[in-house]
Design a protein around this ligand. Structure first.
Ligand SMILES: NC(=O)c1ccc[n+]([C@@H]2O[C@H](COP(=O)([O-])OP(=O)(O)OC[C@H]3O[C@@H](n4cnc5c(N)ncnc54)[C@H](O)[C@@H]3O)[C@@H](O)[C@H]2O)c1
Ligand SMILES: [Zn+2]
Length: 341
């Protein structure tokens, strides 16, 4: 079992990673929280796969299922989930478990953070994206007018990761999160490139989770260093919005990383071989590296200007200068579009 402890000024979070952990979470949590009641929030897809086993592991659990998909990350759901907790007289001493992908851990973490000013929260991420990114680091939230506008920083007391649950996905290429993992390899840990085996993901998950923890520990509230996690995301978010979310997040940031590499190369700050290695790895996992044929660079400008992470008209743009080495450049969106050509 790999154990990673995330320590921040706002508290700590224990991350456990082990194949087969899922079947033990009932015993584990009942031992750690003997006096608490449990509520589980999950989505409709996961209920049909894991619901029966979860209900057996947690007899008497308050089991709350919401429809699968990003559209569930909204205030109406939050209100309804809080109503259920209140009706069953849950208190701050009880435990809320978010069992699912990033959508579920985002909304469940948010509910846990505001219900009675914060109840105990456990994240059980079931997607690769959740395991290496969304469930780690305490960012919770829902969509309101735009993506992730309302949210809190609230750490899960424990993040329980069983790479075995990824088997219920249809195949590695259908698995969201590989783009983020390649991102970690580029910005933090070059050795990750040597571990890419789509059928043996545990070492990749451990290294990626550790990479995210290292960055979060240095900068919990995203004022500086945590920006490096946005590599590929400035263009990526603009591409997602410009295509009306027809591309997945992985596909959009994959193209975003390739564009960021072009910017870096045009500034003379990246060797071509670095960009080529990142690109070929993205392609190996079936991720696109070019803009869709009906989308040009210029229309992205409008969306980049709306980027939540800009300061005035300046974007903190992340480039990879060498494997595991990054620079954050203050750039105007107009300059970026020019340099990405
Ligand atoms: N808080 C953060 O730091 C952070 C970071 C990155 C992304 N996010 C958020 O994460 C969300 C995306 O996460 P996601 O890609 O996991 O999406 P998701 O939660 O919608 O999961 C993707 C799909 O896979 C299904 N699924 C999940 N686990 C499964 C399993 N083991 N077997 C079969 N099907 C399974 C889900 O039902 C869903 O249909 C976005 O809302 C994004 O904003 C948050
Ligand atoms: Zn991302």
């Amino acid at each position: 079992m790999a154990t990673i402890n995330l320590k921040t000024p706002s508290g700590t979070s224990k991350i456990l990673i082990q194949e087969g952990l899922f079947s033990e979470i009932g015993d584990l949590l009942k031992k750690d929280y003997p006096k608490s009641r449990f509520a589980i929030i999950t989505d409709s897809n996961l209920e049909s796969i894991y619901g029966k086993q979860l209900k057996e592991m947690f007899p008497g659990v308050l089991f709350l299922t919401i429809p699968a998909g990003e559209t569930s990350k909204n205030f109406e759901r939050v209100i309804s989930l809080c109503e259920h907790l209140l009706k069953k007289e849950f208190t701050r001493a009880d435990v809320l478990i978010g069992f699912g992908g990033g959508v579920i851990t985002d909304i469940a973490g948010f509910v846990a953070s505001i219900y009675m000013r914060g109840m105990k929260y456990i994240a059980v991420p079931t997607s690769l994206l959740g395991m290496v990114d969304a469930a780690i680091g305490g960012k919770t939230g829902i969509d309101f007018v735009a993506k992730n506008i309302i949210g809190t920083f609230y750490l899960a007391e424990q993040v329980l990761i069983d790479p075995g649950v990824l088997k219920s996905f249809e195949g590695p290429k259908k698995m969201p999160g590989m783009g983020e993992v390649i991102k970690y390899a580029a910005i933090i840990d070059k050795t990750l490139f040597d571990h890419f085996d789509p059928f043996e993901l545990e070492p990749v998950i451990i290294k990626s989770a550790q990479a995210k923890v290292n960055v979060v520990e240095q900068d919990f509230r995203e004022s500086g260093q945590r920006h490096i996690l946005n590599y590929g995301h400035t263009f990526g978010h603009a591409i997602e919005a410009a295509t009306d979310y027809q591309l997945t997040h992985d596909q959009a940031i994959s193209i975003g990383m390739v564009l960021a590499n072009k910017v870096a190369q045009n500034l003379g700050k990246q060797n071509k071989e670095v960009g080529d290695k990142i690109k070929s790895t993205l392609q190996q996992f079936g991720l696109p590296c070019d803009l869709p044929s009906d989308l040009q660079l210029n229309p992205l400008l409008e969306y980049m200007k709306k980027d939540k992470k800009r300061t005035g008209n300046i974007i903190h743009f992340v480039i990879v200068t060498d494997f595991g080495k990054t620079e954050i450049l203050p750039m105007k969106p107009e300059e970026l579009v020019k340099l990405a050509k």
